[in-house]
Every structure is written in structure tokens, then in C-alpha cells.
Write a protein that binds this ligand. Structure first.
Ligand code: SAJ
Length: 426
């Protein structure tokens, strides 16, 4: 039976008439759904939000990645349909690609609620001969535990997403795809499916768990190395050595991969994913102190930058925080260290305003902060080094402005002085 079903699905994939259900149309699911639709597959995106459904059906792109705007308009209502998820609405798909969030709670506990709610729906339908693909970032064994025990003969694979929001050169089509399967048939189906739409290599590994672990490693590597450079930046500050000069020099060594210090580490991946591997390590009684320390180092950076404010702030100064998002040129607040930093400013009763070109004044207000504008201030704090700073900074910085540069944006002195993270320009 399994071989017959395998052959049937394989033919559908090659003929591009396999019905593909993409569950979750965020920064991962939407570009992927559009790409499959562009290649001629009948795709249905499944979401929970009625308003987002109407926006998508009218061709309005709900994610901050504007590179998919045009393609969305081309496929929506034709090869790409969008539907509210229900047990009935998903039942007639041949392939399910799961792209739902896997966040952590306030106390850093992995939260699989969205993933498990999808699994519950899938457990209620006839999966015979169908393929389930998990793209959501999880620790090893999770895909198997959550999606591996349904009734009937079906195929199961995983391919942890690697989207880099805001990156214009790397996108769904050209980022190498790591895939793992419950068995060889599952792996082969996913390899052929992705080969139909990607312009880059599909990297097969030997198991679901190897694919899940690869994702954990690549993002934990990044988090820990950012933690390392943040530690070096603190020492550089004390030694009055310019950390950017040091990084530039170290980068001439072939085996050195540069990371940069700053006000902290945000986003849905880097500060989050390592907590998934730490939870697994704890279950397996394996200590990972380097991972833990690296994360805590990053989480302490808003406080470190706050120390620079307290050294230079005088009562009555006008203070502007420029940029509130987690990284440059991305309208995304998830885990943003700047919001943590702003709450510390408020705790110290330092009056301040926030300006971010990606948000309107009403948005800043709804975050609980006083909206600011691009005009002269006594203290400018760089929270996010948006490209718009290039035109805005001259309007904000006067001869008596003190700059606290949370992203080491400035390469030469402006105002009275620039206090960066691991460097000072006076
Ligand atoms: N950051 C630093 N120093 C650095 C690099 C980043 O402080 O040297 C901070 C950023 O300001 C940001 C956070 O870390 O607050 C995350 O930065 P990021 O560039 O890693 O941005 P993300 O979260 O969008 O990372 C994505 C990730 N994609 C996925 O996980 C699917 C990550 O895997 C990629 O490594 C990253 O893009 C990338 O740029 O390659």
C-alpha cells in the first residue's frame, strides 16, 4: 500500500497537481505558499485570523517582507487560495507544510501550543498516503513526537525554516534547505517537492532529528557568538580599545566569523531557539553552560547600555530613543531588546520619547511610550540602526547632544561624544 501511495504522490508532485496546504502564512509560510503557487501547484494557505484572510484575499501583504508583494497579487485567488483553518478545510490536501510560531514564554519555556493545535487537527483526518512537513523550529525529537503517531500510513518530514526577515538577497528560493525524513520515502518525496521550486541545494540528512539539531546549532552558534562579542565589548570599553577596529582586524583571519556587540539580541529565532535545545539537554542530563551564559550575556545588554545613560544623563535633558525594532529596517518588535531598554529608562524615571520610522505615533503610544520626532535633543539613544538614520541624524544631533550608540552606528564623533558598545568617539 505504501509504495502505491508513494508512487501516486510522487506523480502528483512531478505533475504539479499535488494539493499543498500551508498552515500559517507568516514571514515563513506566505513566501513559501506564493512560491509553490507561482510554480503552478494548487495551494491553500490556512490561517486563524478573519481580518488577515480578507487582507490576503484582497492582495494585501500582511508581513513586513515587501519582496513578495507583487507575486502575492499574481497568485492570490488563483493558484493560491486562503482559508480559515478547520478540520474540514484542511482534509482534502495531499501535502501539509506547517509554518506556525514556536516561541518561548516569559520565563523562557518552549511553547508548542500552536504546533500541537495543528497536530490535533491532522489527527482527525484521513492521512493515508499524505505528506506532513514541519518547517517550524523545534528541538530534536519534537516533529516525531508531535506528528509521528497518527493513524494510517502517511509520510513525515521536516525542514526547519531559515528565513532572514529584511534580507533582500536571501529568500525562500535561494536559501539552502536542510531536510530530514521519518523514512527514506518521506525524505525522497520532500527532496523532489523542494527541487521543483528552489534554485538552491536541498541538503538531505539521515533523520528528522539531525535536521532539527542542525537548525538548533546554526542559531545557537549565532546567539553564543554574539554573547562572546558582547563580553569582549565590555572589556574593550574598560580598556578604551575600539571593538569595531578589533573585529575588523580579527576578520582578516580566515577562521574568524564576525559578530557585533549591541544593545541586545531580538527576533523570533536567535534569542529563542537556544532555549529549545537547553530544554532537551536538561531532559538528557547534559549541561550546556556556554549556551546558557551566552544567552544571559545578550539578555544583560540593555542594562549595560542603560549604565551608559546613567553616567551621562542630567535631569531635564530631552532624550530620544531612535529605533525600537529588533533589527535594522525590519518592522518587527518580537523580543526586541530596545523595548526592554525603554522599560529600564522608565523605571529610572528618565523622561524620553521613542521614534521609529516603521511605526506611526499612535503605534508608539500603544506600546506605552511617548512618541518622539526627528528634531534636536540633548541625548540621542540608538536602539535600532535603521537606514533612515543617515538622513535623520543631522536633524537630531546638535553640538551639545550626547549620543548613546546601542548599535555602534556612528563611525566618527558627532555631538559632544558618542558612547557606543565597546567603543567611544570623543
Ligand atoms: N545581532 C547582534 N549582533 C550580531 C548579529 C545580530 O546583536 O552580530 C542581533 C540583531 O540586532 C538582532 C538579533 O541579534 O536583534 C538577531 O539578528 P539576526 O540578524 O540573526 O536576525 P534574525 O533573527 O532575523 O535572524 C535570521 C535568522 N533566521 C532564522 O532563524 C530562520 C537566523 O537564522 C539567521 O542567522 C539570520 O537571520 C541571518 O542574518 O542570517
Amino acid at each position: 500500500m505504501k509504495n502505491k501511495k508513494f508512487d501516486e504522490l510522487l506523480i502528483k508532485i512531478k505533475n504539479k497537481d499535488a494539493k499543498i496546504g500551508v498552515i500559517g502564512l507568516g514571514y515563513v509560510g506566505l513566501p513559501l505558499a506564493i512560491l509553490f503557487a507561482k510554480h503552478g501547484y494548487p495551494v491553500t494557505g490556512f490561517i486563524r485570523n478573519e481580518k488577515k484572510l480578507q487582507d490576503l484575499q484582497s492582495g494585501k501583504n500582511p508581513i513586513s517582507d515587501s519582496t513578495v508583494d507583487e507575486d502575492l497579487k499574481k497568485v492570490i485567488g488563483d493558484k493560491l487560495q486562503v482559508n480559515i483553518i478547520s478540520n474540514d478545510s484542511i482534509s482534502n490536501q495531499d501535502i501539509f507544510i506547517i509554518c506556525v510560531p514556536t516561541p518561548v514564554s516569559e520565563d523562557k519555556i518552549p511553547d508548542l501550543a500552536d504546533l500541537k493545535s495543528v497536530a490535533l487537527r491532522l489527527s482527525k483526518i484521513d492521512l493515508l498516503g499524505k505528506l506532513i512537513v514541519n518547517e517550524s523550529t523545534v528541538a530534536p525529537f519534537t516533529t516525531r513526537e508531535v506528528f509521528g503517531n497518527f493513524n494510517g500510513d502517511y509520510f513525515l518530514a521536516c525542514s526547519p525554516e531559515r528565513i532572514d526577515p529584511g534580507n533582500k538577497s536571501k529568500n525562500t528560493e535561494n536559501i539552502p534547505k536542510v531536510i530530514g525524513g521519518k523514512d527514506n520515502r518521506s525524505l525522497e518525496l520532500l527532496e523532489i517537492l523542494y527541487q521543483q521550486i528552489l534554485k538552491t541545494e536541498v541538503v538531505k540528512v539521515s533523520s528528522l532529528e539531525a535536521a532539527e539539531m542542525a537548525k538548533m546549532l546554526e542559531n545557537t552558534y549565532r546567539a553564543v557568538n554574539i554573547g562572546l562579542i558582547n563580553e569582549f565589548a565590555k572589556l574593550a570599553d574598560e580598556c578604551k580599545i575600539d571593538i569595531l577596529e578589533v573585529i575588523k582586524a580579527a576578520s582578516t583571519k580566515w577562521s574568524f566569523h564576525a559578530h557585533y556587540p549591541g544593545i541586545g539580541v531580538g527576533g523570533h529565532c536567535i534569542p529563542v531557539d537556544p532555549y529549545y535545545i537547553l530544554e532537551l539537554a536538561k531532559k538528557k542530563n547534559v549541561l550546556m553552560p556556554i549556551v546558557e551564559k551566552g544567552l544571559h550575556e545578550n539578555e544583560g545588554m540593555p542594562k549595560f547600555v542603560m549604565g551608559k545613560v546613567l553616567k551621562n544623563y542630567k535631569k531635564g535633558m530631552s532624550v530620544l530613543v531612535y529605533g525600537i525594532t529588533y533589527k535594522r529596517d525590519v518592522a518587527d518588535l518580537r523580543e526586541s531588546p530596545v523595548t526592554v531598554f525603554c522599560r529600564k529608562l522608565a523605571e529610572k524615571n528618565i523622561p524620553f520619547c521613542v521614534y521609529d520610522p516603521f511605526f506611526e505615533k499612535k503605534d508608539i503610544k500603544s506600546m506605552g511610550f511617548e512618541p518622539g520626532s526627528v528634531k534636536k535633543v540633548d541625548m540621542l539613544i540608538i536602539g535600532t540602526n535603521h537606514s533612515s538614520l543617515l538622513k535623520d541624524y543631522v536633524e537630531i544631533i546638535g553640538d551639545n547632544t550626547i549620543v548613546i550608540d546601542g548599535r555602534n552606528y556612528f563611525v566618527q564623533k558627532v555631538g559632544i561624544a558618542v558612547y557606543g558598545v565597546g567603543r567611544t568617539l570623543v
